[in-house]
Design a protein around this ligand. Structure first.
Ligand SMILES: [Zn+2]
Length: 151
């Protein structure tokens, strides 16, 4: 790694942790997307360790990944009442695994399949309003009360 990793930096940033982190285990960090968030309940599941993706998993990470993704996805669905939960990881913006867990409501066409990427960019470019920060904060607080076990 030649330049500082933005995901590792977030994991060490106290303000970010207080605002967005939901749970941290020995292997994983679950956090809400920082403001401006593309959708309320848009979460990220990161490896705690700097790791580019499943290709670089340790044996423990490989064994635990399925349960961690399942539990985190169930939490997104429970909190947002969405119909489905998309799971997407590119690892380009930061080459540190951060799986996007995206609440998908079937009545909202602007977030259907790859349109969700257009929605993401529209919020990023300020062409679409982000999730209400108060709603994001409320979801983070509610998520922390839920005692999921990421493993
Ligand atoms: Zn990192």
């Amino acid at each position: 790694m030649t330049s500082p990793c933005p995901i590792c930096a977030l994991h060490h940033d106290q303000v970010s942790r207080e605002c967005y982190e939901i749970q941290r285990s020995g292997l994983w960090v679950l956090r809400h997307h920082p403001n401006p968030a593309p959708l309320p309940g848009w979460m990220l599941l990161d490896t705690l360790r700097h790791c580019a993706g499943p290709v670089d998993f340790t044996t423990d990470e490989a064994i635990g990944w399925g349960i961690a993704v399942q539990k985190a996805s169930q939490l997104v669905q429970q909190l947002t009442k969405c119909d489905r939960v998309y799971a997407i990881a590119f690892g380009e913006g930061a080459q540190h695994l951060h799986l996007h867990l995206i609440p998908r409501s079937i009545t909202e066409n602007s977030t259907k399949a790859w349109a969700v990427a257009d929605h993401y960019r529209a919020v990023e470019l300020n062409d679409h309003p982000p999730a209400d920060p108060a709603q994001v904060e409320a979801l983070v607080l509610k998520a922390r009360q839920n005692k999921i076990v990421l493993g």
